[in-house]
Every structure is written in structure tokens, then in C-alpha cells.
Write a protein that binds this ligand. Structure first.
Ligand code: 5GP
Length: 208
């Protein structure tokens, strides 16, 4: 099988409120439509408490800080980061299994998480930073949730500005001005990554 069909880690970061989750859900839908079973799900481990109807083993594996730190010591976490005082990490074994099966794995992950996956999996990773169309649009989205105090909104905006300053550390930048376009831009990145000559040179050599 050509390397063009090897699983790819798609590590997506961007400020809170930029719509990463919605865009990634659409990307997954489009990939599944084109090739059923081609996308794997990584369920992260976190020390934060479940929100609303979230269930252990569905949205996240919910663990105590002691349990999380033990998993790190045991080498069961491939990358982790702290976000708003809680740990979030990617379990190693399921990710390895999905990549071996040739599945693509989409990640909505912190900046440090994306960069760590890129260091570890290198050629099998595409890092993408999602930008809002404007800071005004981001502010409107954060306000639109209607669940947060003004102080919290200002804090998130300040954090968003600091994160956007790091967009240049990513391989690709996609602007989420339109859900469908942003999703298709990510599909284009995935296709281009898989077609890189460095990944397909062995297929060409077979034809020599
Ligand atoms: P939330 O608490 O809203 O579900 O997630 C908070 C943040 O944690 C989001 O920015 C999300 O991208 C990030 N996140 C979720 N899982 C992981 C993970 O396994 N590793 C890292 N580094 N970040 C994660």
C-alpha cells in the first residue's frame, strides 16, 4: 500500500470561541463520507469535572490528578498540557493502534499539544491553527454563548490575542469565516500532506 494511505495526525489549535469543534466535526463528516471508517477518535484524559451530560469514556476519561500523574509516570500519555488549572492528555496506546490501522486522527488540542505531537510524529502530523475572521467576530461569539461574566470574556479575549501571536509556529493557518470553506481547507491540507513526495518516494521507486 502506498504511504498516501497511511494515517495522519491532524492537530488543530486556536482560541476559545473560534469554532474548532464545529469545523472538525464537519471535516470528520466529509472524510467519513469519502471513505467510511477512515477517521479514528482519540478520547483524551482530563482532570476537569464532567460538564452537563458528559460521560466517562465518551467525551473524556475523567480522572483524578493523582491518577493522571500516575499515567504520565507509566508512559501511558503521549502528550499533555495544563489548561485552566486542569490536565488534559492523549493516551498513547489507542493513538498508536489507530495510526497503524491507517486511520486519520483529528485533534482539538492546546497549542503545546499540537507542537508536541508534531515533534513526536513529525511527518505523520499536520498542525493547523484556526483564526477567527476578526477579533470582533471572536468577541461576538464569546458573548453569544451568554454564559460568562464580562470579566471572564475579557480574560478569554486577552488569552485569544496571546494565542494568535503563536499562529506562526504552525504549518498551516485556516480562517474560520465560513464553516464549509474552513472544513474544505482542512481537507485540502490533509490531501496535500498525504501527497508529499517525501512520503511517496518509495511508491515511485517501485516503478523505476
Ligand atoms: P474543554 O475543557 O473545553 O473540553 O477543553 C479545554 C481545552 O483542552 C481545549 O482547548 C482543548 O483543545 C484542549 N484539550 C482537550 N484534550 C486535550 C489533550 O488531550 N491534550 C491537550 N494538550 N489539550 C487538550
Amino acid at each position: 500500500m502506498s504511504n498516501a494511505y497511511r494515517g495522519l495526525i491532524v492537530a488543530v489549535s486556536g482560541p476559545s470561541g473560534v469554532g474548532k469543534g464545529t469545523v472538525l466535526a464537519r471535516v470528520e463528516e466529509l472524510l467519513e463520507e469519502a471513505n467510511p471508517g477512515s477517521v479514528g477518535h482519540s478520547i483524551s484524559v482530563t482532570t476537569r469535572a464532567p460538564r452537563g451530560a458528559e460521560q466517562d469514556g465518551v467525551e473524556y476519561y475523567f480522572r483524578t490528578t493523582e491518577e493522571f500523574e500516575q499515567m504520565i509516570k507509566d508512559g501511558k500519555i503521549v502528550e499533555y498540557d495544563k489548561y485552566v488549572d486542569n490536565y488534559y492528555g492523549t493516551p498513547s496506546e489507542p493513538l498508536d493502534a489507530m495510526l497503524k490501522k491507517g486511520q486519520d486522527v483529528l485533534f482539538d488540542i492546546t497549542i503545546e499539544g499540537s507542537l508536541a505531537l508534531n515533534r513526536m510524529f513529525d511527518k505523520d502530523t499536520a498542525t493547523i491553527f484556526i483564526l477567527p475572521p476578526s477579533m470582533e467576530a471572536l468577541e461576538n461569539r464569546l458573548r453569544g454563548r451568554g454564559t460568562e461574566t464580562e470579566e471572564k470574556i475579557q480574560k478569554r479575549l486577552a488569552q485569544a490575542k496571546a494565542e494568535i501571536k503563536r499562529a506562526g509556529e504552525f504549518e498551516y493557518i485556516v480562517t474560520n469565516d465560513d464553516l464549509e470553506r474552513a472544513a474544505r481547507d482542512i481537507l485540502a491540507v490533509i490531501t496535500a500532506e498525504k501527497l508529499k513526495a517525501s512520503k511517496n518516494i518509495s511508491t515511485a521507486k517501485e516503478l523505476e
